[in-house]
Structure formats: structure tokens, C-alpha cells
Design a protein around this ligand. Structure first.
Ligand code: ADP
Length: 430
């Protein structure tokens, strides 16, 4: 700027001197200023046309401050072009890699309309480019389960559905929210995994079913032998009694496996009815008192007498009974077991609870997250002695899942445990 000011000074000096020589210094200065302004206007005009008409061209030639301005603008633009080109390259690479994925990737905008999808989405979901662009996703994936999942969220777990486009294929939908209510949907073909899972279920169901008959024969003969044991030597009698105990354990195991198979296979289609939980719990308490007779534990029941539940009665009986039987098994003689059935309302949401609280051996914190896995035992030696199958809590978890309920476990070694089933509002009946 200093340079430009000096230039102006020289310019005016020159004009001033020349004017003074002819006796019109004032006019000459005015003419000098006009000429200087015109010079700048010309440069402004060149700048304007360069930016407007030929932005890709190099900066026009100019002297003085205009030369610097042209060069700086040119530099800035070149940097911006380079940054843009590199960003476009990154976007293009990201696009290409998403397009190459085997999973369908679909971008859905805040209104639930399709925004972008990759090639796999065309194959897996049958989307057509560009006609489907901007269409509501629920118009193209019409399964009512999907529509409910998509509209209600909260997308914590994926949704598995048979494919509407490729019969026999099974799909898994996972949705993630981002931005302002935009959604990223990833759909994968899980047919192989699904078939394997089906095979596993069938295998377990068939094996358990097939084991039933030989077991019935064995236990039948053992029972007969034991009721006519007069002539049997004490050594053989002990062997027979052990065989009988183990056969009974195996029967429990087979029954639990069958129950789990049934829960996995067909209870989705069973009709849920109103279950009189208070009456059910009174029965379970009486059975538990008989079951734990030798231990002389105190089993108390606190019950909201008008609180009933919509559900599957036999499955709920088995769930509650499993929890109460466990409390009896894992609580020493003269222990306390408290059963409770009640509701609470929090933030306008009511839930029903069934809890079994004991002051028994308790469970180490590290085992708690895994207790509902099949055959998982906190202490294998001790539970084998109690005749457990390791399937009880797996059954509980499955039944609760079918009632949109869940299990809470609070326990500390030596202090006792509380197992609580939490049921949602929509199942509560008064
Ligand atoms: P099991 O037939 O072995 O009892 P479950 O699935 O019912 O199998 O329970 C899994 C494990 O959880 C048990 O083996 C036991 O270690 C632990 N458990 C369950 N209930 C209780 C309880 N009330 N107190 C202490 N441990 C328990």
C-alpha cells in the first residue's frame, strides 16, 4: 500500500509540475487524479471480467498493487481447486468402496425417502436407479414388520426378515441414525447363517425327542427294580440308585431341551391370553415349599392381587417356577426366600415386576452377564450336586423375550440374589 501511495504522490507531482510550467497547476492536478482513477477503474474492470468470464485462466498482467491482488486471488483459487479436487477424489473412493460392498447400503433422508444406495441394494432389495430415488423406503420394503421397525426405532437390535425379492433368502436390516434424523440402512444376506441356525434347532429338537423313548424305558425298569429290591445286594442297590438319580437328571435335561426347542420354534405363533399371575404364584409357592421341604426355608409371597398379565400361561409358569426353584436350590437350610409381584410407574410408564429374592450363596459379578447362556453355571461342581441342568435361566430368557420382557439380576456372593422379571405396560391387565 505504501508503494501505491508513493506512486500516486509521484504521479501527482509530475502532473503538478507540468501544469505549473503552463500555468494551470490546479487543472493539471485534477487531470492527474482523473487519469489515476481511470487507471484503477480499468484494472477493476479486468479483475471483474477475469473472475466472471475466465476464472480458469491465469491472472491478467498488471502492475503495482493490482499485480499483487491478481496474484493473491490466483493463488487462493488454485489452492481451493486443488483442495476440491482432492476432496472429490476422497468422496469418489468412498463411494466406490461402498459400492463394492456385498451388503446393501442405503441412505434415507429425514422424511424416510431414499437418497442414495449402492449396487448391492439393487440386487438385495430390488431398488431401481434412478426411478426409486426420493421414494419412501416403506413403499419399497413393504413387510409390516419392517415398517414398524423403521418407523418406531430405536434400532438397538437388527431385524431379520425373509427377502421379498429373492425367495428363500433371509435378510438382516440394521439402521443407524445420523445428522438430523437421516438414516443409514445396511442390509446383509444371512441365509447361510440362518440355515445353520435352523439346522441346529432341528438337530437339538430331534435328538431330545429321540432320547425320550429309551429314557422312559430305562427309568421304567429302574423304578421296577428299585421297588422290588429285596433280593438285591447293597452294592448293586447303590448302583441302581445312582443310575436312577442320573436317569432322572437326564430326563430333566431332555425336557428342558425340548422346552427350549419349542420356545424357539413355535411359541411365536401361540395365542397370548390373560394369565392370573397371583393364582399362579400361590401355586408355585406351595410347590416350592414341598420341593424344599427338607431345608425348612421361609418362602413368603407379596402379591398385587388384581394384577394380571397377557401372555403364555405354561411358559410363564415354567419361568417363575425356574426362578423360585433356583432360589430354593441355591439357598441353604432355614434361608429366606421372598416372592413379589407388583407394578411401578416411572415417567408415566408403568411396568410389572416379578422378583425372587433369596439370602443364599449369591453369585460372583463376573458370572452374572453369562448366566442365561445354555449350560452356563457359576459353579459347575455345586450345581451338578443340586441336579441342575444349566438350562433353566436360558428358558427364562427365551420366555421373557417372547413377552417383550427382560430379566434383571442383582447378586453378591454370600449375600443372596434377586432375580427380577420386568414386563412392559402393554401386557398389564387389571
Ligand atoms: P441350573 O439348572 O444349573 O440351576 P440355571 O440356568 O437355572 O441352571 O442357572 C444357571 C446358574 O446360575 C446356576 O448353575 C447357578 O450357578 C446360578 N444361579 C441361578 N440362580 C441362582 C440363585 N438364586 N442363587 C445363586 N446362584 C444361582
Amino acid at each position: 500500500m505504501k508503494q501505491e501511495a508513493t506512486r500516486l504522490l509521484y504521479f501527482l507531482l509530475l502532473f503538478g509540475l507540468a501544469g505549473a510550467l503552463v500555468g494551470h497547476a490546479g487543472w493539471a492536478l485534477a487531470a492527474g487524479l482523473l487519469a489515476y482513477t481511470l487507471l484503477h477503474l480499468r484494472q477493476l474492470d479486468r479483475l471483474y471480467h477475469w473472475l466472471k468470464d475466465t476464472p480458469e485462466d491465469e491472472a491478467p498482467e498488471a502492475t503495482g498493487v493490482w499485480g499483487d491482488i491478481f496474484q493473491s486471488i490466483y493463488q487462493l483459487r488454485r489452492d481451493e481447486y486443488r483442495a476440491r479436487a482432492s476432496l472429490l477424489g476422497i468422496i469418489e473412493r468412498a463411494r466406490a468402496s461402498v459400492s463394492a460392498l456385498k451388503e446393501a447400503v442405503v441412505l434415507v433422508d429425514g422424511h424416510g425417502n431414499l437418497e442414495w444406495w449402492n449396487l448391492a441394494a439393487e440386487k438385495i432389495l430390488g431398488l431401481q436407479s434412478p426411478v426409486d430415488s426420493g421414494q419412501p423406503v416403506t413403499n419399497l420394503v413393504r413387510d409390516p414388520l419392517f415398517i414398524r421397525y423403521f418407523e418406531q426405532g430405536p434400532y438397538d437390535e437388527a431385524l431379520e426378515l425373509p427377502s421379498a425379492v429373492n425367495p428363500g433368502r433371509q435378510l438382516k436390516f440394521s439402521i443407524t441414525k445420523f445428522g438430523s434424523n437421516d438414516r443409514l440402512m445396511i442390509v446383509s444376506d444371512i441365509t447361510r447363517l440362518h440355515n445353520l441356525e435352523e439346522m441346529r434347532k432341528d438337530f437339538v429338537a430331534n435328538v431330545s425327542h429321540e432320547l425320550r423313548t429309551p429314557l422312559t424305558v430305562l427309568t421304567g425298569y429302574l423304578e421296577t427294580l428299585l421297588t422290588h429290591s429285596e433280593g438285591i445286594s447293597p452294592r448293586w442297590l447303590r448302583a441302581l440308585q445312582q443310575m436312577d438319580t442320573q436317569a432322572a437328571r437326564m430326563t430333566n435335561l431332555v425336557n428342558d431341551l425340548l422346552m427350549l426347542s419349542r420356545l424357539e420354534n413355535d411359541s411365536m405363533h401361540q395365542e397370548h391370553k390373560i394369565v392370573n399371575v397371583p393364582a399362579l404364584l400361590a401355586q408355585i409357592r406351595n410347590e416350592a415349599i414341598t420341593y424344599g421341604m427338607e431345608k425348612q426355608q421361609t418362602i413368603t409371597l407379596e402379591c398385587d392381587a388384581s394384577l394380571r398379565l397377557i401372555g403364555l400361561e405354561e411358559e410363564l409358569r415354567s419361568t417363575f417356577s425356574n426362578l423360585v426353584t433356583n432360589a430354593v436350590k441355591y439357598t441353604p437350610a432355614h434361608g429366606q426366600i421372598h416372592l413379589r409381584w407388583w407394578t411401578t410407574t416411572h415417567n408415566g410408564k408403568t411396568q410389572a415386576f416379578f422378583s425372587v429374592k433369596d439370602n443364599g450363596i449369591g453369585i460372583d459379578a463376573k458370572h452374572i452377564p453369562r448366566l442365561t447362556e445354555r449350560f452356563y453355571r457359576a459353579d459347575a461342581a455345586r450345581t451338578t450336586a443340586t441336579g441342575g441342568t444349566g438350562l433353566g435361566l436360558a428358558i427364562v430368557k427365551h420366555v421373557l423375550l417372547q413377552h417383550k420382557a427382560h430379566l434383571d439380576i442383582v447378586s453378591a456372593p454370600g449375600k443372596g440374589s434377586t432375580f427380577t422379571c420386568v414386563f412392559p405396560q402393554e401386557l398389564i391387565v387389571r
